[in-house]
Structures are given as structure tokens and as C-alpha cells.
Design a protein around this ligand. Structure first.
Ligand SMILES: Cc1cc2nc3c(=O)[nH]c(=O)nc-3n(C[C@H](O)[C@H](O)[C@H](O)COP(=O)(O)OP(=O)(O)OC[C@H]3O[C@@H](n4cnc5c(N)ncnc54)[C@H](O)[C@@H]3O)c2cc1C
Length: 476
């Protein structure tokens, strides 16, 4: 068995969380080792080019909500690769009564929209007069939205929106944990409409972007470009095909047992960052914190089947003129919605074709896993073709099944969040990161990578960056 000593910082997982943290630390002159079980960096970011189509099998895009993105793009020489979504992708559709309705984004469009009944529109106008709830943290997204905006808005906007972001259920997700900014609008300003206006003024004065106004980004060769470039930049610090089996504590050191392409290896370090998903973490920390299993395993990750389909333009009757569409649960369809990928980011399909990404399953329909994949795909495609007015078979078809796709910040999540804070306090040198802490989106993972890197610098007593001189720890 090979025993390696004196790694200053070891990071488990080469998804976007692990690689970006490693990048900030290396920039600060800290020796860092990344251990990744897969043969490719990126975790849930998987981009695939086949037959002239480009498909992202995991995240399709990110929101440009942090200046860290531009810093990474500059440092990694990705300026010519970065792409923003086309303005054609601004329109998002919702299926109601078999028809696609544009989601109204402005007051006048809302009044004219056929997506909502007259009663639902009047109910929305009443939002500023609804008081705060006494339920505090323990409110689901559904309870919060129904109380403030009415049942129809919950059913036809929030229900599909939540499945588009989390593949989740509004009845289970905690509004405070899953949508903290929304919760804050009520807590801080007393309402959503009032809060949106006042917080916009505050953000303008601080030059901050909200998720609503942020642009969607990707790369010419898909989202995996970012982790691949990070891994290339980090060079030999990234160890692929290195599966971490367990973590032990020996004095003030962590002993990390891994399987490196078939050979056992133990790595010792004083400072360990785990960025693996919650469901993988419970096994790793069994020895040093047996009770941690209850918290890691309690975070639910629903399954999602992603279907990637290419069709000839001449076979599509409906105009393909938007981001795609989401399907409310009430519409009783066998899939959650579709992204019109080649409209959002042009150049993802041969000139005479379009490519689409369909999502099946999620927390709304957990039993879908009991059905044959081929049956699920053909049923979803049949419904999709009817909605889009497509008569022909796909020119290209592929799929990716995620058995545990996205962590759900459900009611009760706050207890796990507190536990992870306690665990880090109890075991000095251990840092728990990844998309089950601080947000699931790619943008959130970037923001958290800097927060974690700053915690490590504090722990290692690396002098802080002087205020005013540098904006981010990337420029150290
Ligand atoms: C289908 C899907 C669609 C999505 N769409 C979007 C989107 O459009 N926009 C958006 O912003 N977000 C989206 N997300 C969410 C976002 O992609 C993820 O939250 C984010 O990429 C997670 O990054 P991470 O590094 O925290 O975790 P991961 O990407 O899961 O990386 C963790 C890494 O740890 C490794 N690992 C696990 N166990 C071990 C071990 N024992 N030893 C060594 N390595 C190990 C894994 O192999 C993996 O590489 C989507 C997610 C999915 C699944």
C-alpha cells in the first residue's frame, strides 16, 4: 500500500464545487490534491457531441449571478468559448389545456395572458395586502405561494417552475431553504411585490444581480468545458479514477483510504474538503462521525431521466421560438417539460435540425423508475411530438438516467444544515461542501467554492486579501 504524507489540502470530488475550490486555493499558493472516482472531471456536468448535435446531459446552462464566472473565464482563457443564451430563448412557455402559453413577465402581458383566469389575476393583485405568516421556517413552497399568490399561480407557475429547477415538489420543499431570497422578500419587506421593488433599488445601489435578471451562460462545447478547463489548469493536482473508500482520524490528521485505478492508497492531510454528494458522504464519514449518516442520508435526491432528441426543422410544425416549456402536474403528462436547446444556444444542431432536452420523473413522480426506460421515452416523445406538431421520428435520440439527480432542500433541511456546521466545528480541518449546502445551481456552487476557500485560508492562517485592492481570492 502506498502512503502519501503532507498534502496541505485534500479535496474529494472533481465536480464544479471541488474543482473551483481547488482553483482558488492553488491561486493562493496552497498545495492542493483533488481525488475523483470518475475518469472524467465535471460530476453532473456532462457534455456530449454526436452526429452534429451538442447535448448537455446534466446542467444545460448556468446563471451569471457572480463576478467569479468572469474571473474563471479570464483565468482559464475561455473568453472565446463562453456563450450567453440567445434573446429568442427569453420566452418560456407553460402548457395549459394542451396549449403552450407564454409566461407573462410584465404587468400588461399578465393582464392579457390566457394562462390565468380573471379570478387568478385579481388574486395576484391582492398580494401586497397579505400579511406575514406565523409559520416561520416550517412552510413549504406550496403553502407560502398559495397564501400569497393564490392556488392557480401555485398550480400553473410554481409547480412547473419547481420541477424545472429542483425536479422537486412544492409541497415538500422548504421555502426558506430552497428559495431563501423569496422567503426574505416577505420576512424583510412584508411582501413579494413590495419586496421586489425595494430590493431592486438596493441591488442597483450595490450593483448586484438577481437570479431573475441574470443571463444564462454556457460554452460552445457545453457546460463540461468549465470543469475540464479547471482540471487541465490544476494539472497533476487532480487525480482521476481515485475512489475514496473511507476517512479515518489519526491525531490531527485525516487518513484517506482510496482505490486508485485498482491499487489501494492512503493519503494523509490536516485539511480535508468533501464535495461529494450527500448520499456518497455518509459512507465516507462513518468512522469519524457515525451520526452523520442520519443527516447525509436524509437529504432526498429524486431520480430524473434526461432525454435528448434531435428533429429535422421541416418536420416541426410549431414555431420553435423560446426557452422551451414546463408542464404543470395538473396537465397529467408523462414528462416535466422540455428545453429547446438549439434555440437557447444556437449551433447545437445541424443547420436543418433542432435539438431538445426532455425531463422525466423527479420528486413529482418517483415511481417512474419502475417502468422500462424505452416505454417512458416513447410515451414522453409521443406527447412532446403532439404539443410541437411533429409528425416524424427523431433524427437522433439519446438519454441519461440520474438515479439521484438533485438534492431537495425539503422542510426539515435546516436541521441538517445546522448539523453540518456543528460537524465542522467538532472536527477541525474538516469542511463539508457540495450542492447540498448553499444552493444547487452552478452559480451557487461557484459562490460557495469561494466561501469554502476563504474558510480554508482562515484555518491555515493564510493572510486575508487587503480590502479594496482585490475583489476575489482568485487574484492573489
Ligand atoms: C440532470 C441535471 C440537470 C441540472 N440542470 C442544471 C441547470 O440547468 N442549471 C444549474 O445551475 N444547475 C443544474 N443542475 C445542478 C448542478 O448541475 C449541480 O448542482 C452541480 O453541478 C453540482 O456540482 P458538485 O460539484 O457540487 O457535485 P457533483 O457534480 O455531483 O460532483 C461530485 C463529484 O464527486 C465525485 N465523487 C463522489 N463520490 C466519490 C468518492 N467516494 N471518491 C471520489 N470522488 C467521488 C463524483 O464522481 C463527482 O465527480 C442540474 C443537475 C442535474 C443532475
Amino acid at each position: 500500500m502506498e502512503i502519501i504524507k503532507e498534502n496541505q489540502v485534500v479535496i474529494i470530488g472533481a465536480g464544479i464545487s471541488g474543482l473551483t475550490t481547488a482553483f482558488w486555493l492553488k491561486k493562493a499558493g496552497i498545495d492542493v490534491t483533488v481525488l475523483e472516482k470518475n475518469g472524467d472531471p465535471g460530476g453532473s456536468m456532462e457534455s456530449q457531441r454526436v452526429n452534429g448535435y451538442l447535448f448537455d446531459r446534466g446542467p444545460n446552462s448556468g446563471l451569471d449571478i457572480t463576478p467569479l464566472l468572469q474571473i474563471l473565464v479570464n483565468e482559464l482563457n475561455l473568453k472565446d468559448e463562453l456563450v450567453y443564451s440567445s434573446s429568442k430563448g427569453d420566452t418560456r412557455y407553460i402548457l395549459r389545456g394542451g396549449e403552450l402559453h407564454p409566461l407573462p413577465m410584465k404587468p400588461l402581458a399578465l393582464l392579457k395572458s390566457k394562462l390565468f383566469s380573471f379570478g387568478a389575476k385579481m388574486r395576484l393583485l391582492g398580494e401586497p395586502f397579505i400579511g406575514r405568516s406565523k409559520d416561520g421556517y416550517y412552510q413549504s413552497v406550496a403553502q407560502f405561494v398559495e397564501r400569497r399568490l393564490g392556488r392557480e399561480f401555485l398550480d400553473y407557475v410554481i409547480n412547473p417552475f419547481v420541477s424545472g429547477v429542483y425536479a422537486g415538489c412544492p409541497e415538500d420543499l422548504s421555502v426558506a431553504s430552497a428559495f431563501p431570497k423569496l422567503y426574505e422578500l416577505e420576512e424583510k419587506y412584508g411582501g413579494l411585490i413590495k419586496g421586489s421593488i425595494l430590493s431592486l433599488k438596493e441591488r442597483k445601489s450595490k450593483a448586484k444581480k438577481s437570479k431573475q435578471s441574470a443571463q444564462m451562460f454556457s460554452f460552445i462545447n457545453g457546460m463540461q468545458t468549465l470543469p475540464k478547463s479547471l482540471a487541465t489548469k490544476l494539472g497533476s493536482s487532480v487525480n482521476l479514477l481515485t475512489d475514496v473508500i473511507s476517512v479515518r482520524r489519526e491525531g490531527d490528521l485525516f487518513e484517506i483510504d482510496c482505490n486508485n485505478a485498482g491499487s489501494p492508497k492512503t493519503i494523509k492531510t490536516k485539511c480535508l474538503i468533501s464535495t461529494v454528494p450527500a448520499y456518497s458522504s455518509s459512507k465516507l464519514f462513518q468512522t469519524i462521525a457515525p451520526e452523520s449518516q442520519n443527516h447525509f442520508d436524509a437529504i432526498y435526491h429524486p431520480s430524473v431521466l434526461v432525454v435528448l432528441a434531435g428533429f429535422k426543422k421541416s418536420d416541426i410544425k410549431r414555431p420553435v421560438d423560446g426557452f422551451g416549456f414546463l408542464i404543470p402536474e395538473k396537465e397529467n403528462k408523462s414528462f416535466l417539460g422540455s428545453i429547446w436547446s438549439s434555440v437557447l444556444f444556437p449551433g447545437r444542431a445541424p443547420k436543418d435540425s433542432e435539438c431538445f432536452t426532455l425531463f422525466i420523473g423527479g420528486a413529482r413522480n418517483p415511481k417512474f423508475v419502475n417502468q422500462e426506460t424505452s416505454v417512458l421515452i416513447s410515451k414522453a416523445l409521443e406527447e412532446f411530438k403532439e404539443i410541437m406538431g411533429i409528425t416524424a421520428e427523431p433524427d437522433f435520440l439519446s438519454h441519461r438516467f440520474w438515479s439521484k439527480a438533485i438534492p431537495q432542500y425539503n422542510i426539515g433541511y435546516i436541521e441538517h444544515e445546522h448539523y453540518f456546521d456543528e460537524l465542522e466545528n467538532k472536527i477541525p480541518g474538516l469542511f463539508i461542501s457540495g450542492n447540498f449546502r448553499g444552493g444547487i445551481s452552478v452559480g451557487d456552487c461557484l459562490i460557495n467554492s469561494e466561501i469554502v476557500a476563504n474558510k480554508i485560508k482562515k484555518y491555515l492562517k493564510i493572510p486575508p486579501i487587503e480590502d479594496g485592492k482585490k475583489k476575489s481570492i482568485a487574484i492573489v
